[in-house]
Design a protein around this ligand. Structure first.
Ligand SMILES: C[S@@+](CC[C@H](N)C(=O)[O-])C[C@H]1O[C@@H](n2cnc3c(N)ncnc32)[C@H](O)[C@@H]1O
Length: 384
């Protein structure tokens, strides 16, 4: 923690304003809020929250790097994979949580090259600030394609589309549950003391959280996350998909591995200027707060709504199946100045020591009589 760079004066002032707002919320709610409410406020309070404020988050000058920021070959590979699905999915793409807009721009450019442009590319984004930045970025990068892009603040009631989300589920506020030494579960929330935010445990009253916790028995003195809101998001998405596909990328595990007895401190992580740490109370609004994904729950929800689970695999396997090495082969290895940066970026996406293994990809479909290239080999659904 001592190595974290200190934010500038204005950033600290903005964080203090957000702290006061959260403190007030805690007071209005009788001295306690759930962790999900804290995370919602820290990330999404208009103007002040991490995703709703004005700081630059993505890429080398931000706080963390996501796959689309590393190389356009990520988007080009997805484009090649979804191009055959689009004519059967209303010729429409819906992207959730589009971040800087990089994936949208690179996907559209790659789909144009492959003569597979969708009629519409919808972006569903909860942050007004990010939606404005995405528009600016797309205007710069592909003005000729901008007329196809439409921003939505909520999900359409009926979806006929290929739906894509990269690192969105992990940014949806989660609940925290602490199993005490007698294995009794408590909802861990946030209170305020004169020294700042403090943890406070309460009996679990929310029936949805009670039901989720009833499935788990991770052991004594154990802290972990339960992604109720992400599950709600998945229910809505799965229910509304009439025809098409859902393709989600994120870091996470199957349920058994997620709630493994040895993972006693959960998976909650914070990111500030490329430093990762575990204190979500530090500088609210200035740092990302994120959680890994329980992919068993994600798969179960899709299946409950009658979707076909097309596959669940590692990011490396998905990208290889979908042809990322063919994308790389378009560059001449002898032309080192062009080839090397792309080869290094692909290595980062595929390496088990970096993003290849921890990041997973899950795909669902409804009404698509197709083999889906990205999931043809190395399927891991049996571990879910
Ligand atoms: C970690 S960032 C990932 C950004 C981008 N997909 C990328 O890979 O660089 C999470 C994104 O999801 C958005 N987000 C979070 N919850 C959302 C929701 N319920 N619906 C749509 N977007 C959401 C955030 O505002 C942000 O744009």
């Amino acid at each position: 923690m001592s190595a974290l760079p200190i934010p500038d004066h204005d950033a600290l002032l903005s964080s203090q304003r957000l702290m006061q707002q959260i403190q007030q919320l805690i007071a209005e709610r009788g001295g306690w809020i759930s962790f999900a409410d804290y995370m919602q406020a820290a990330l999404y309070t208009p103007q002040l929250g991490y995703y709703s404020g004005h700081s630059y988050k993505f890429g080398s000058s931000g706080d963390f790097v996501t796959a689309p920021e590393i190389t356009p070959l990520f988007a080009a590979t997805i484009a090649a994979d979804i191009a055959p699905l689009l004519p059967l999915s209303g010729n429409t793409v819906i992207e959730f949580g589009a971040g800087s807009g990089r994936l949208a721009a690179d996907l559209l450019k790659a789909l144009a090259q492959q003569q597979a442009l969708p009629t519409h590319y919808y972006i569903v984004e909860v942050s007004a600030d990010l939606a404005a930045r995405q528009r600016d970025y797309l205007t710069q990068q592909c003005p000729e394609l901008l007329s196809r892009v439409v921003w939505l603040s909520s999900l359409p009631e009926q979806i006929e589309a290929v739906v894509i989300g990269n690192e969105v589920l992990d940014a949806i506020p989660c609940e925290l549950v602490y199993w005490d030494p007698t294995q009794q579960p408590w909802q861990r929330g946030v209170a305020w003391s004169e020294d700042g935010f403090v943890w406070a445990d309460r009996p679990i009253q929310d029936p949805r959280l009670q039901a989720a916790v009833a499935l788990l028995e991770p052991g004594p003195d154990y802290l972990s996350e339960v992604q109720l809101a992400a599950a709600g998001f998945m229910h809505t998405l799965a229910e509304r998909l009439q025809c098409g596909a859902i393709l989600l990328f994120d870091y996470g595990f199957p349920r058994d591995e997620y709630y493994h007895p040895q993972r006693r401190q959960g998976t909650l992580m914070c990111h500030y200027r490329h430093h990762a740490h575990a204190d979500p109370f530090l500088w609210p609004g200035l740092q990302d707060i994120t959680t890994h994904i329980d992919f068993t729950t994600v798969a179960e929800i899709g299946l409950q709504h009658g979707l076909d689970l097309q596959g669940y695999t590692t990011q490396a396997q998905y990208l290889i199946n979908a042809g990322i090495l063919d994308q790389l082969a378009q560059f001449n290895p002898e032309d080192i100045t062009h080839y090397l940066p792309h080869a290094n970026a692909v290595q980062k996406l595929l390496s088990t020591a970096e993003m290849g293994e921890l990041f997973k990809v899950i795909g669902f479909s409804r009404g698509l009589p197709l083999e889906w290239q990205g999931f043809l080999r190395g399927d891991r659904c049996r571990y879910l």
